[in-house]
Design a protein around this ligand. Structure first.
Ligand code: ATP
Ligand code: MG
Length: 342
């Protein structure tokens, strides 16, 4: 008899703030749809930090992530100003997750947006730039931050973007930098973009200075297809893109490396609305759908995606996207999940 298929095991972290609510909603949808997954829950985040774990990631959690190689992660609070280093940054750097893939599209006319035509994939460099958080105090009144850009890092992310575009039948790749000012760091990113683009003659390659690029992206998102950019610009512009598509709560992301992958919503832990059953679980659900595809469960992924689209088309909306005249029913996190399930 053929061996029974092995059930993939994934690591799951429920996170902080709205994390537990949107994770419960997402997992409920996945299992009802027939996703073949074994869940290993790990502790991670603020609570672990306060319990004395300086990185916020206990060894047991590392072991689980390294063994399972795939993680579905709810948002984790990163303290502003002082406090511990971003746990997201620690995870991405330690696991070599160099590409952060963030698809954003408009669901007009079902979700209100000023931009009816919008279907872009933001590919954010995920390990370098000022995100190393290498900062120094020089004098009482002068502080400094190190912006690190490497040629291998640029090559990996730019090539990833072009390969992604080719595989997904996209037509154009746009790169944003500020290399008129940062001639060395952003200059290297742009230079590598120019070099790699030559290997993909069928794809249109465009470079824009990030300030006008950002303005164009916010004003005319329909002009963009695949967008590749350094870490900080990618962080900022993916929030902009998701928000103008309807809500920052709509977009999911895949953090991809050679050996590991972490799937998460693009937004943070939203402490302002935590515990109120009002958060939109769509971002984490979109991430989970990418995870199912990554695990070879494309059929279940498609089924969940269709159910999610149908729910939004029916006008069953959480507060962040609820608008008079477009939406039909205001629901909380849990009821949104139940609507997707039904
Ligand atoms: P981080 O630094 O972790 O990215 P952030 O400062 O960017 O965090 P978020 O936690 O993403 O902040 O929240 C930004 C705003 O968007 C808040 O007002 C929050 O309530 C709202 N928001 C974020 N996620 C959702 C969601 N899933 N549903 C509804 N509103 C959300
Ligand atoms: Mg943010």
């Amino acid at each position: 008899a053929p061996a029974a298929p092995v059930m993939p095991r994934i690591t799951v972290a429920h996170g902080d703030g709205i994390g537990p609510e949107i994770m419960d909603a997402t997992l409920k949808i996945l299992f009802t749809a027939g996703a073949q997954l074994e869940i290993e829950e790990v502790a991670l985040g603020e609570h672990e930090y306060l319990a004395g774990n300086s990185s916020g990631i206990p060894q047991k959690s590392w072991d689980s992530i390294k063994e399972n190689r795939v993680m579905l992660k709810a948002p984790i609070t990163t303290p502003q100003g002082g406090g511990y280093k971003s746990l997201n940054v620690t995870l991405r750097k330690t696991l070599g997750l160099y590409a952060n893939v963030r698809p954003v599209r408009s669901l007009h006319p079902y979700v209100q947006t000023k931009h009816p035509v919008m279907d872009m994939v933001i590919i954010r460099e995920n390990e370098e730039d000022v995100y190393g958080s290498i900062e120094h105090q020089q004098t009482d009144e002068v502080v400094q931050c190190l912006k690190l850009i490497t040629r291998p890092g640029c090559e990996k992310i730019v090539r990833y973007a072009f390969e992604y575009a080719r595989q997904h039948n996209r037509k154009k790749v746009t790169c944003f930098t500020k290399d008129n000012i940062m001639k060395q760091t952003d200059g290297l990113f742009h230079e590598v973009f120019r070099e790699v683009a030559q290997e993909y003659p069928e794809l249109e390659a465009q470079h824009l200075i990030v300030d006008i690029g950002a303005a164009l992206l916010a004003d005319s998102p329909e002009k963009f297809d695949v967008v590749v950019l350094p870490n900080l610009y990618g962080d900022i512009l993916s929030d902009v893109a998701a928000q103008i598509s309807g809500s920052v709560g709509l977009a999911g992301s895949a953090n991809i490396g050679q050996n590991y992958a972490i799937f998460e919503a693009i937004h943070g832990s939203a402490p302002d609305i935590a515990g109120q059953d009002v958060a939109n679980p769509s971002g984490l659900l979109q991430a989970a759908i990418m995870m199912l595809a990554h695990l070879g469960q494309a059929r279940v992924a498609q089924k969940v995606q269709n159910a999610w689209l149908k729910t939004l088309e029916d006008g069953t909306h959480t507060r962040d996207i609820y608008r008079e005249g477009v939406s039909r029913q205001l629901v909380g996190t849990e009821d949104f999940a139940l609507a997707v399930i039904s």
